[in-house]
Write a protein that binds this ligand. Structure first.
Ligand code: AMP
Length: 121
């Protein structure tokens, strides 16, 4: 799979500072901000600053430093949001079947209510 990154996607615009975001955490290689249409009381998106479309793209092409930073940023967000006690979910949609709306890698950190089964069907 060859990935083509669309630098006009909305998260690229957020990273360039062209549109605002509600930042939760910024690190050298990653940014976490609140989802504009939260699906749970806590709904944070964590993105790498690099131009990666999906988790697979990131895993193939990101540097070790970017990957370590990103994984640690997700963990840090979970700790900052205090999600561990009641449970939480990490989702990353990729491509058409998963209805990925924004073609820049992001994981959703969801918490704050019972989240139901992983998939509805
Ligand atoms: P996905 O379907 O996994 O690609 O999810 C994209 C997510 O980005 C959705 O949950 C949207 O609500 C969220 N989103 C879109 N635009 C923005 C924005 N400007 N700021 C924060 N979240 C956004």
């Amino acid at each position: 799979m060859t990935y083509r990154y669309d630098s006009e996607n909305i998260f690229a615009k957020i990273l360039r500072g062209e549109i605002p975001n509600d930042t939760v955490l910024e690190t050298e290689h990653s940014l976490a901000f609140r989802d504009i249409q939260p699906q749970a009381p806590q709904h944070v998106l964590v993105i790498p600053k690099g131009a990666y479309v999906t988790f697979d793209h990131f895993a193939q092409e990101a540097s070790d430093a970017e990957i370590v930073d990103y994984v640690r940023a997700v963990g840090e967000v979970c700790r900052m949001e205090g999600v561990a006690d009641d449970g939480w979910r990490l989702i990353s949609n990729a491509g058409e079947a998963a209805i990925q709306e924004v073609p820049h890698l992001h994981v959703h950190v969801l918490a704050g209510r019972p989240l139901g089964r992983m998939l509805s069907k």
